[in-house]
Write a protein that binds this ligand. Sequence first.
Ligand SMILES: [Zn+2]
Ligand SMILES: [Zn+2]
Length: 214
Amino acid sequence: MLKYRIIPVTPFDQNCSLVWCDETMRGAVVDPGGDLDRVYAVMKEEGVTLDKILLTHAHIDHAGAAADLADEHSLPIVGPHKGDDYWIQGLPQQSKMFGFKEARIFEPAQWLQDGESVQVGNVTLSVLHCPGHTPGHVVFFDPVTKLAIVGDVLFNGSIGRTDFPGGDHATLIRSIKEKLFTLGGDVEFIPGHGPMSTFDYEMKTNPFVGGQWG
Ligand SMILES: [Zn+2]
Ligand SMILES: [Zn+2]
């Protein structure tokens, strides 16, 4: 079964996640934006061996330390969708702009597409392409534990920004309603920033996606 620990990293408190299969203790780091020492501490605590790095999208706070982590542990970088390649090429510039440690460009071992799956030990995560915040944003979903890792698509009470180059509000709303909410209201999700929530709670309360109580 899938287990996870959320590790806030970078000055943006980005929710990096360590996910792993509790049968094999093999795992992946989702969105290593920075502060790898914190990630390594949790890995050690949980006794997880890393197989890969997964990326939801290539903004600096999510992908800034992907190249370093890949090199230090000889890991393949899997994702995001190739629509985010221009963000990867722009990582050095992004790190300067936001005052982050210099981030390096990398080449993912595998770009992801909608409908594909990625393996974490014995756990199979579904890949959903959810553009809008960035063109190549993907979401990882475990149908067994009903957990989604949604990056900056949807937050508890909010949605991702669409004012960056390549962002599009209508596309983002469509991704949330057609790709995420159709997975079921009982799905719990880890957003890129802030506390966890469920799709049901967001459908009812999130004013950006039609919720009434916001
Ligand atoms: Zn982002
Ligand atoms: Zn973010």
